[in-house]
Every structure is written in C-alpha cells, then in structure tokens.
Design a protein around this ligand. Sequence first.
Ligand SMILES: [Zn+2]
Length: 312
Amino acid sequence: MKYSLAFSAIAASAFAATIPADAHHHIQRRAADPQPVCSFENHTFKEDSSAWDSISPATSKRDLKVKTWNPPSNIAAALDSVWDHEMKTYSNPLGFKNYGYDQVLAAKGKINYCVRWEGNAKVTEAQRTKVEVAIRRAFNKWMAVLAGFEGWPYATVDVNVVGWAVNDASILQGDVSKIDVYTDKDDGGVPQCAESCGRFFNQDGNYAGCAKGAARHYDQSIWLTPGLGGGAGGDWGQRVAQEYFMENLDLENLHIVLHELGHTFALDDFYDWTPAGVTNFVMNAGSATEITEFDAWMARDWWRHLKTQRGW
Ligand SMILES: [Zn+2]
C-alpha cells in the first residue's frame, strides 16, 4: 500500500511535463470543464502509521445500505454544494449522454475494454489476464456503491478486455487467440483499438463498421502510458502510468484508476475547492485510497438525476 502512495507523489512531480496540452485533445473530450487531467499530490498521506490511523475512519466507514436519496446528514450539505458546482461548471451536464451510466445501461451490464499499450515493453499472457482482472475489479468498485440504489439495475458489471492496441503485434507474447490485436494509431501516433469498434467514436451504438463484429466493440479504453504523471479519465476511459498499473495489479484498490473511473461516471475534480466538512475522498486526488461514502453518494446523486432526466 505504501508503495502506491509513494508512487503517487513521484507521479505528481513529473506531471507537468508528460501531457502536452494539445495532445490527444479529441480523446480527452468530456462534458466537464476543466478537462480531467489529474495530479495526485501526496498532500494528505504520510508515511507514519499514525497518519494512517487518522484517515482510516474516513475511508472505512460507509453507510450505503440506504437505497433512496437520504444521504447521511453530515455530508448532505456538501453533496448539494458539489452538485450545484457541477451544474454550474460542466457544459451541458445533463444533456451529455455518454457517461458511464449511459454506457452500462446501453450495454446491458456488459462493458468491453480496449487496452492501449504505449511503448515497447513485452506483455505476457499472464499479465494480460491480470490486467483484465484489475480493471474489472476497479470498475465494479463503483458498481458496488450504486447497486440497488434508486433502481440502479446492476450489482456487478461483466467487464472484459476484448482488444489490445500495441505498437507492434510482437509485443503481445503467448496466446492471443481470445483478444483482438490492433496496431491502429490515434492522431498523436498512440496505439488505439479501431475507431470503428469504439463507443467513444460511435455513441449511437452502431458498430456496423467494426470489422470484428459488434460483439467485439469496446466501450472503454484503459490507456497505459510509460512514465505518465497523474492520470486522465472521461467517457472514453481511463489513462494512468503503465508502471503504476502493472506494478500494482493485485491491489484491491488502484486508487488512481478509481479516481479516473469516477470521471467516467461524471464526477468532478477538487483542485480549486472542496466542499465544507469533507476532506478525504477518492475524487479529491491523493486524499483517499478507496471509494468513500462521500464518493459513493456523489455517484448516486448523478444516477438519480440522470434517471429522472432520461426517463429511465
Ligand atoms: Zn481527476
């Protein structure tokens, strides 16, 4: 656990230099403004154990048994202020229709992933299996806090990696018969699975142009970049450092991935403000290592509003 926290601090120091402002602009499109490029400063975590003790109640106490909009009284006002802030600062917050909620419903509880593998490090079959398990686990951490709330229909989502995008097919070692291997590139020369098969590029859900067939389309990308500082997330997927992801595959909570997935589910960053009375939560980058009660209710707030607005 401490390793991942230390890595976050290292990542933050390299942050500014690693994502050119104009790179991959189209892929970072999201309803929210500012763009979700996330840094993870180690501003709350300390290496000494007493600091851990002091934050553990904030992250471990989660009362999510209530399945209607009746959040704990100590966070209700903060949730309202977050919602108001999002409505004021997102462009077209309720009209945007490619949030994670939209995607899970459109895909009927089955989400397909593409892994965008930058660089030339080889990947074994065993590593690929672990990557799939890790993103499946992370995605379902968010599903678990929505399960049964105000009619959210999926306690778990069937998350599968259907494709790997690499610079050269030889990067993928072992049996690749169960995945689609792509060497397509985006405008910036970064490997990506075929646009014709991607939800981001086909938000009407029409994958007629996908050579592998509609069943092999992908809804999300997990984009793994060597040396990336911080991360990014949106309706297209999540981007984190390749080293962070691969060296922490077995962690129960990949907190940077959880944070970026929060953006996929419409949640905001908290770099310029934090709601009164709430300090440690995964969307406040670097302040928590798991989805907290407050994170959960922020996601629930989105679902209840979208459900009403969409007529679900
Ligand atoms: Zn962020």
